[in-house]
Design a protein around this ligand. Structure first.
Ligand code: DX5
Ligand code: ZN
Length: 213
């Protein structure tokens, strides 16, 4: 299991220190939550702060867009050369076109599904994706409880990707801890995002390692 700590739960007064710490602790990706205050009821960070994160990070960035105007934000963040940019299927009229655009910028495209969105909704996009991110909380805030219907959804998506695109990774985001990482691994999840579990832990390296099963 790969681990992408969410910097949403970091100390923003000590962002460089916290990003360096999780990278030195052996995380696999750095998960960056971008919220615009329109798609969801919270507002986070833009390219100025994300470029500081990119400078401090020695691991690739995994940018999770929770915004209304996806194309605008893809263009804004592309110069930072993240590994992944993921966008919500619920907020995109032309997902196929946007996937192609992200790939043309040299970035791996990913789609995010909210807790209510079935994996079948992206059946005809799966062949063009590098990753699908399943939300296991309603997007907007760190520290929420894990919604366990994501387990069944991940299992279904795992079956779909085996047939359509075995190279497409499955990532789960929200309420992840050592309590649910085992079952997520069993149903085929490849990457977990963990915010509060990692950053609230006294020993962040131990927290990361406890998820790398
Ligand atoms: C929620 C974000 C998550 C969040 C995860 O909208 O997408 O990445 O920061 O935080 P935890 O792990 O605390 O649920
Ligand atoms: Zn996220």
């Amino acid at each position: 299991m790969k681990v992408a700590p969410s910097v949403l739960s970091a100390d923003f007064g000590n962002l460089q220190r916290d990003v360096e710490e999780i990278c030195n602790a052996g995380c696999d990706l750095v998960h960056v939550d971008v919220m615009d205050g329109h798609f969801i009821p919270n507002l986070t960070i833009g390219p100025v702060v994300v470029s500081s994160i990119a400078k401090a990070a020695t691991k690739p960035l995994d940018i999770h867009l929770m915004v209304e105007n996806n194309t605008f934000f893809v263009e804004l963040f592309a110069p930072l050369k993240p590994e992944y940019i993921s966008f919500h299927i619920e907020e995109e009229k032309h997902p196929h076109r946007l996937i192609q655009k992200i790939r043309s910028l040299g970035i791996k495209p990913a789609i995010v599904l909210n807790p209510h969105t079935p994996p079948e909704s992206i059946e005809f996009l799966l062949q063009d994706l590098d990753m699908v991110l399943l939300m296991s909380v309603n997007p907007g805030f760190g520290g929420q409880s894990f919604i366990d219907t994501v387990i069944k959804k991940a299992a279904r998506l795992n079956e779909m990707r085996k047939k359509i695109n075995p190279n497409c990774l499955i990532e789960v985001d929200g309420g992840v801890s050592d309590k649910n990482v085992v079952v997520l691994k069993e149903v085929g999840v490849d990457i977990v995002v963990a915010g509060s579990y990692v950053f609230n832990h006294q020993d962040r390296k131990a927290a990361i390692e406890s998820l790398q099963i």
